[in-house]
Design a protein around this ligand. Structure first.
Ligand code: FAD
Ligand code: NAI
Length: 466
């Protein structure tokens, strides 16, 4: 049997399913193919959602043990029920993946369960449990996402040497957890298991944590995580892992060539980045060649092949769910002949540790490299009345504006709730706002968001310190 669709989307993650919804809303006959049992991609099944469920629950557990008493809330017998914590995580995932299935129905999108393969221009073959089926497609959207990168010679078994997927489903709290990579996954999942009782050591190749984040914010964050009990081994390269009957021996050496050492641990989490996923996709049948990192290049989501589009983690730009989602919607609009656009320079990044880290736009390091003149305003949460009242004074807000025009070029924050606060700056930047626009906007008192306003005031030097 063969079917003809206006749009066939391969992959039902945030990129694919949001593209499908928008296509449906625009009246395009749309199909989506997914090889996982449930829709929602990495994000809903093994990424954003389960990790945030574990971060939330473990944060409350840690607060109950270490912070409640200071607030006059006395508790005894606080105990971890890991099985229940995993269950509430699974419940969140189930609810949301079923929600996506409902949205496909609501928007009249046909869902095919199986693996999609491009088979020449305008043809996609779906291999499912009942054999193969051919779909004719006026447009094909590649939304196949990404997979964890691995280290040469180190096999991820998802039991003792795990990727983020295994780290989200450990059966017990390891006494010692070694994380390779001080990026977003390493810090988030390292925080989860650290709060639940593991001794966490993070080994990072570079001399800093969170490459890509503003250096000052990364340094402050590292100090905060160190205070929380995480150990960092920076400028260090892991060279091998030996499996013993009970533990693991990790060999490592300084990346600048110093003496090697061996460290014992129980579980290793490999979190050294993700790579685009294009296995068996049939790209050669339409003449698409990924670059040397496996990324499918795009020009406004168009690939080099006519009628073939690409969105999300499998193409260039930050590997983030909201970036994939924005591209999904914009791609549908372009297919429907409308204007669709995503500004990669205004995609926020949030690390959901405690406190959170958030940013949007340029870092100071990037602006220095570009040779662009800028001004900076900063405000520490230790001077914010709400933060002081709540005993949540770690961190700061930093706003960077053009030296001449005062246009906001970037904002970088670490502090409780900054993952929500960054949205204010995203809106401001979309509207081309100046730091003075934020400085003159009323912010409720007492709120943590006053720190954003004070940082903006700081750009012109009129911050009101306590
Ligand atoms: P994916 O979500 O990877 O979806 C692609 C889908 O395509 C998959 O379901 C895959 O099975 C399917 N597929 C692949 N090939 C085929 C084929 N040939 N046929 C059929 N189906 C196929 N981002 C955030 O913004 N915020 C977060 O808090 C966050 N937390 C994360 C936590 C973790 C632990 C991880 C691993 C990632 C996290 N991310 C987060 C990143 C986020 O998950 C990704 O950026 C996002 O899922 C990318 O969406 P996508 O649609 O491009 O791809
Ligand atoms: P990452 O790119 O954030 O960090 C990887 C880290 O590993 C880097 O610091 C890198 O220098 C280091 N590294 C690389 N090779 C190494 C080696 N051999 N030895 C030691 N260190 C090494 O990647 P991560 O954390 O794996 O996350 C993957 C993607 O998932 C990211 O792009 C991120 O955007 C996304 N993600 C987003 C989240 C969020 O938005 N909150 C949460 C989790 C993941």
């Amino acid at each position: 049997m063969s079917d003809t669709f206006d749009v066939v989307i391969i992959g039902a993650g945030p990129g694919g399913y949001n593209c499908a919804i928008r296509c449906g809303q625009l009246g395009l006959k749309t199909a989506i193919i997914e090889k996982r049992k449930t829709l929602g991609g990495t994000c809903l099944n093994v990424g954003c959602i389960p990790s945030k469920a574990m971060l939330h629950a473990s944060e409350i557990y840690a607060a109950a043990r270490t912070e409640f008493a200071d607030l006059g809330v006395e508790m005894s017998g606080v105990k971890l029920n890991l099985k229940q914590m995993m269950k509430q995580k699974a419940d969140a995932v189930d609810g949301l993946t079923q929600g996506v299935a409902f949205l496909m129905k609501k928007n009249k999108v046909t869902v095919f369960s199986g693996t999609g393969r491009i088979d020449g221009p305008g043809r996609v073959v779906v291999k499912g449990a009942d054999g193969e089926q051919v779909l004719n497609a006026k447009n094909i959207v590649i939304a196949t996402g990404s997979e964890p990168a691995s280290l040469p010679g180190i096999e991820i078994d998802e039991k003792r040497i795990v990727s983020s997927t295994g780290a989200l489903s450990l059966e017990g709290v390891p006494r010692r957890l070694m994380v390779i990579g001080a990026g977003v996954i390493g810090l988030e999942l390292g925080s989860v298991w650290g709060r639940l009782g593991s001794e966490v050591t993070v080994v990072e190749y570079l001399p800093r944590i969170l490459p890509g984040a503003d250096m000052e914010i990364a340094r402050q964050s590292q100090r905060i995580f160190t205070k929380q009990g995480m150990t960092f081994k920076l400028s260090t390269k892991v060279t091998g892992i030996k499996k013993g009957s009970s533990g693991l021996t990790v060999s490592m050496k300084p990346s600048d060539g110093g003496a090697a050492e061996e460290v014992e641990t129980d579980i290793v989490l490999v979190a050294i980045g993700r790579r685009p996923y294009t296995e068996g996709l049939g790209l050669e049948s339409v003449g698409i060649t990924p670059d040397k990192r496996g990324v499918i290049p795009n020009d406004h989501m168009r690939t080099s092949a006519d009628g073939v589009w690409v969105i999300g983690d499998v193409t260039s730009g930050p590997m983030l769910a909201h970036k994939a989602e924005d591209e999904g919607a914009a791609c549908a609009e372009l297919i429907a002949g409308k204007a669709g656009h995503v500004d990669l320079g205004k995609i926020p990044g949030v690390v959901y540790t405690s406190p959170e880290i958030a940013w949007v736009g340029k870092t100071e390091e990037e602006l220095k490299e570009e040779g662009r003149a800028y001004k900076v305003g900063k405000f520490p949460f230790s001077a914010n009345s709400r933060a002081r009242t709540n005993h949540q004074t770690d961190g700061l807000v930093k706003i960077i504006a053009d030296a001449e025009t005062d246009e906001i070029l970037g904002a970088h924050m670490v502090g409780v709730g900054v993952g929500e606060m960054i949205a204010e700056i995203c809106v401001a930047m979309e509207f081309g706002a100046s730091s003075e626009d934020i400085a003159r906007t009323s912010h409720a008192h007492p709120t943590m968001t006053e720190a954003v306003r004070q940082a903006a005031m700081g750009v012109e030097g009129w911050t009101m310190q306590m």
